[in-house]
Design a protein around this ligand. Structure first.
Ligand code: G3P
Ligand code: MG
Length: 253
């Protein structure tokens, strides 16, 4: 399939302007003109795929206040009926009090209804790489059945990408890399990746050429400065994930 993913991608929905990985963040990012979004997903204890960055609930939910005995803060140890009740907005600001964590299904429906694309970062609870990768790929095959605007599945976890590839070979994949690993291209090739998404500081001319020569797009996270945007454009890279939805306007790129 041709590559038609937008260049500008809003990190976690709307960066830091709204509670990350919530529908409210997606709506705010969309109000700033964004038509592509990155989000982090993991599995509940009963197999529901939902949006959350951290392995624990501590930073971005009110579990410590809402649950009488929040003895286990690992999100993936709890069933969805419990996770779905949590306030994932108050930590950010009063205006977002009560905002829930969304399911991947809800975000897929939002994106499809609004003509937006989705970069789903598979962020497994530690020890659940294979199960999460397969579940996300299978869910995406169901949610985007018969559609051409497929999501891009990315992960730092090679095991998650391997299981996504085994489950749904046709679902686009991208390898994430935060610290340089010399085997990046071999891994990305073996995983059948359409793109590699680097910490933006890792890109140079040779690596961009190597990715392109292998038929992969060269993308970056998390790019919040004008000088870095100019540098990455000069290198000929193909996509930027940013927090600064208020600073960069997709239509003018
Ligand atoms: O997907 C790119 C970026 O989101 C990876 O880092 O920690 O913000 O999920 P992180
Ligand atoms: Mg992420």
């Amino acid at each position: 399939m041709p590559w038609d993913f937008p260049f500008w991608i809003a990190h976690r929905g709307a960066g830091k302007l709204a509670p990350e990985n919530t529908l409210a963040a997606f709506r705010l990012g969309a109000n700033h003109g964004y038509r592509a979004f990155e989000c982090d997903v993991k599995l509940s204890a009963d197999g529901v795929i939902f949006l959350l960055h951290d392995a624990t609930l501590t930073r971005t939910t009110s579990a410590h206040k809402q649950w009488a005995q929040p003895s286990d803060t690992i999100a993936g140890n709890h069933p969805w009926h419990a996770l779905s009740q949590l306030d994932a907005g108050t930590w950010h600001s009063r205006a977002y009090a009560g905002e829930p964590m969304p399911t991947l299904d809800a975000i897929a429906h939002y994106c499809q209804a609004n003509g937006a694309r989705l970069n789903i970062e598979i962020k497994p609870t530690p020890g659940q790489d294979a199960a999460t990768g397969a579940a996300v790929a299978n869910a995406c095959a169901r949610l985007w059945a018969g559609r051409s605007d497929l999501p891009l599945l990315s992960s730092f976890q090679i095991g998650a990408l391997e299981s996504a590839q085994s489950a749904q070979a046709n679902m686009p994949r991208a390898l994430l890399m935060d610290v340089f690993q010399s085997e990046w291209l071999a891994h990305a090739n073996r995983l059948g990746c359409r793109a590699v998404v680097f910490n933006y500081a890792l890109w140079d001319v040779q690596r961009v050429e190597a990715a392109h020569a292998a038929g992969m797009k060269a993308m970056s996270y998390t790019v919040n400065d004008e000088w870095a945007v100019a540098h990455l454009k000069a290198l000929g890279t193909d996509g930027i994930i940013t927090d600064r939805v208020d600073a960069f306007t997709p239509q003018v790129t």
